[in-house]
Design a protein around this ligand. Sequence first.
Ligand code: SF4
Ligand code: SF4
Length: 205
Amino acid sequence: MVENKHNSQSINFIKMIENHNGQSGLSDIVFAGTGVKAEKCYQCGKCSAGCPVNVDMDFPPSVVMRMLQYKDDEMDQKILGSKSIWLCVTCEMCYSRCPMEIDIPKMMDLLREKAYKEKKANKSSHSIIAFHKAFLNSIKRNGRLSEIGLLGEYKLATFDIMKDVNLALPMLSRGKLHLLPDKIKNTKLMKRIFKRTINQEEAQP
Ligand code: SF4
Ligand code: SF4
């Protein structure tokens, strides 16, 4: 949220680049939006070796960096349609291991946003996107996370109503789930924050 001014500047810059003949490479967009320079990567592989979800990724982080270096539209589209960008859990292990201090998690965030806005997100990311939306909606409504609200919205969106239902009662009895949301006092303020940030960005063409 604090970075909103920077973000909107970046978004404008990204649009400028994208509109330039419509042929800009994804690596330029990544650089404009995050400051990550793909060219700095020299393929040591330390990021991929330390990534906890690397085995499930179609392209491990070091491969994504290499693909960006090609500045080739086909490669760019593969990155945007990849599972990898959605499987990244922003643990920052790659960032802490990278000898070139390349902020891969920040880059992954931008790639997710771009893939989502351009409707290029990998089909297998449906449940991950549903979770992100349910989480944000809960914060927007209550100013805090409501586990029941998040679960309800997520399960409806993924048609996965019955899975883990046996865990609900024990969690309720141990006070891990609360039936009523715990709201902050000024929920209107939270809605205003969303209006000025996320909703505004979504409204942009
Ligand atoms: S931040 Fe993402 S890409 Fe980097 S190690 Fe963690 S999961 Fe892997
Ligand atoms: S750790 Fe850094 S330099 Fe090494 S492959 Fe990954 S991004 Fe490239």
